[in-house]
Design a protein around this ligand. Structure first.
Ligand code: IPD
Ligand code: CA
Ligand code: CA
Length: 268
């Protein structure tokens, strides 16, 4: 295993311990509101601090982009950047709804290189290294082989904070409720992507995500034989925040349904 992946796993497990301990008494959490429907707790911050400590101890010169504390370390000019969501699915966590994860990705020269998505509620550790395949708890995973959209289970994320693209989203939602076997909105994008990677769902789409929601999950999918793209079908999703993913057949069928709903403000 690559040493950087080892560090990512160590960091994710430390954060997972903090999250699991706090989940025993969610009533006691102090919840802050960053903006409408965007919550943060002391658990998000403590988990992020533990992750960053673990990474900094091993790789003091690497750059870091983390949800709660932002960017650091660019001044060292490293080719490596860690992209961290310490607790993806905070709204679920606050409600005691057991669907949330720690997401840690490492990019090298802007290309995803290592990935960990850790679901501490189920002790499920999803990992991937570029060129080395994707794994769930050490077992190789692959995207599903389901060829038809009509038989597919598709994950998504509802607009909940920014409603600029709500009409386009709802039109796509309407069409896909009729053209798929079912849609799911579990509430943690990193796990949604991990589930595409291991074939629990056949595809996924969401608009307005942040890089830390997608960095690790996207590498899990490509290493599991799937495709990930933005609304133009290109690979700029970490920048645009709009993502479509799936096994290769479902990816192109999703793209076909979604693309006609693009607007001048929602092109890629
Ligand atoms: C959120 C979750 C959610 C997605 C949101 C994200 P957070 O992350 O991934 O599924 O719909 O867009 O912001 O804020 O809980 O880390
Ligand atoms: Ca997130
Ligand atoms: Ca988060």
């Amino acid at each position: 295993m690559h040493p950087t992946l080892n560090i990512a796993i160590k960091a994710a497990r430390r954060a997972g311990q903090i999250i699991n301990r706090a989940s025993l008494d969610v009533e006691r959490l102090t919840v802050g509101v960053k903006q409408q429907s965007d919550y943060v707790t002391e658990v998000d911050r403590a988990a992020e601090a533990a992750i960053i400590d673990t990474i900094r101890e091993a790789y003091p010169k690497h750059a870091i982009l983390a949800e709660e504390t932002g960017s650091s370390g660019e001044e060292n000019g490293s080719e490596y950047q860690w992209i961290i969501d310490p607790l993806d699915g905070t709204t679920n966590f606050i409600h005691g709804f057991p669907q949330y994860a720690v997401s840690i990705g490492l990019a090298h020269k802007g290309v995803m290189n290592q990935a960990v998505v850790y679901d501490p509620t189920r002790n499920e550790l999803f990992t991937a290294s570029k060129g080395g395949g994707a794994y769930l708890n050490d077992k190789r995973i692959r995207v599903s082989k389901r060829p038809k959209l009509a038989e597919s289970l598709i994950g998504t994320g509802f607009p909940y904070r920014m409603f600029d693209h709500a009409d386009a989203y709802l039109a796509i939602f309407r069409e896909l409720t009729q053209k798929t076997a079912g849609l799911r909105r579990p509430g943690a994008a990193s796990i949604d992507l991990a589930y595409v990677a291991c074939g629990r769902t056949d595809g996924f789409w969401e608009f307005g995500l942040s890089p830390w929601d997608m960095a690790a999950g996207s590498l899990l999918i490509t290493e599991a034989g799937g495709l990930v793209g933005d609304l133009a079908g290109e690979t700029n999703y970490l920048v645009t925040g709009n993502i479509i993913a799936g096994n290769p057949k479902i990816f192109s069928q999703l793209l076909q349904v979604i693309q006609p709903h693009r607007t001048p403000k929602l092109t890629s």
